[in-house]
Write a protein that binds this ligand. Structure first.
Ligand code: ATP
Ligand code: MG
Length: 269
């Protein structure tokens, strides 16, 4: 019995180490004024895998994901301590500019938020800001990004029409294309399918599986089936703490914490 447990634990530990981290989070704490929203968060996020963040409303999922590209600092009352290391660089180091970080770490939001511009201009926007002016190069980036976001065939004949004319699911894939156009390393997604119908949701889920070949993805989701379907690793957040973080199949089939078990079996949240 003891031997079996030891063997299982060794195997588990080996598995846990079996990735290259893109982010290392060490003792991260965050307060909104007096409200302690993230408590001693400590875990590593793997490269070229999908990491799901799950947990009940208000547990700090969005707050956490927004620390990774420093968007959370747009809230003036935020205070933080601890460290987030992205590819060996501390993202809070004043020498490491926030703009540089955000070209590496792109974000897709809950509600599709295209600009009130053409489909083409939505995707070309980021590359233009980065100084690309050549029309041929821009055309190529736009096509490549729209193909990467699995929406090219649907929009190739209407590139110069307004993006608001697209369906919600198409708008969300356009926003993913806009994110790909800046050639990020990591893509953060905060409940990217919660405003979408089931068919569009499936398309985005399939796309996420495709994208992880080239990108590291962190996805917040309220939907546990979605986390189980599309992620490699899952972190369960509760009241600002990470209760459990492990490979997705273990978390859903054999959670080690009672609170995780209660949550995934629907006893609360
Ligand atoms: N801008 C803000 N100002 C003050 N408090 C905030 C702010 N944003 C979030 N909070 C608080 O921080 C805590 C975590 O919120 P957060 O939005 O990160 O939760 P969440 O897990 O994403 O929830 P949901 O599933 O509902 O999206 C909550 O108590 C919330 O009220
Ligand atoms: Mg949220």
């Amino acid at each position: 019995m003891d031997i079996t447990i030891n063997k299982q634990m060794v195997q588990k530990n080996e598995k846990e180490k079996d990735f290259t981290p893109v982010f290392k989070i060490n003792n991260l704490n965050l307060w909104y004024g007096q409200d302690h929203a993230l408590k001693d968060i400590k875990f590593d996020i793997p490269e070229k895998q999908v990491t799901a963040i799950i947990g009940p409303s208000g547990c700090g999922k969005s707050t956490f994901i927004k620390t990774l590209n420093r968007m959370v600092e747009m809230v003036p009352i935020v205070r933080m301590s601890g460290e987030i290391v992205y590819r060996e660089k501390n993202i809070f180091d004043p020498k490491y500019g926030v703009e540089e970080l955000r070209t590496q770490v792109g974000m897709v939001f809950q509600k599709p938020n295209p600009f009130p511009k053409s489909i083409y201009e939505n995707v070309a926007y980021g590359p233009r800001i980065h100084g690309i002016k050549n029309k041929k190069v821009l055309d190529e980036v736009v096509e490549k990004s729209l193909r990467g976001a699995a929406i090219w065939d649907e929009v190739k004949d209407r590139l110069h029409e307004n993006a608001y004319g697209l369906s919600g699911g198409q708008q969300q894939r356009l926003c993913i294309a806009r994110c790909l156009a800046i050639e990020p390393d990591v893509i953060l997604m905060d409940e990217p399918t919660s405003a979408l119908d089931p068919i569009s949701t499936l398309k985005v889920e399939e796309l996420v599986q495709e994208l992880k070949k080239d990108y590291s993805i962190v996805i917040v989701t309220h939907n546990m089936q979605q986390a189980a379907r599309i992620s490699d690793r899952t972190a369960f957040f509760l009241n600002g703490e990470v209760v459990e973080y492990t490979d997705t199949s273990t978390l859903f089939s054999n959670p080690s914490d009672k609170r995780t078990e209660d949550y995934i079996t629907g006893r609360f949240g």
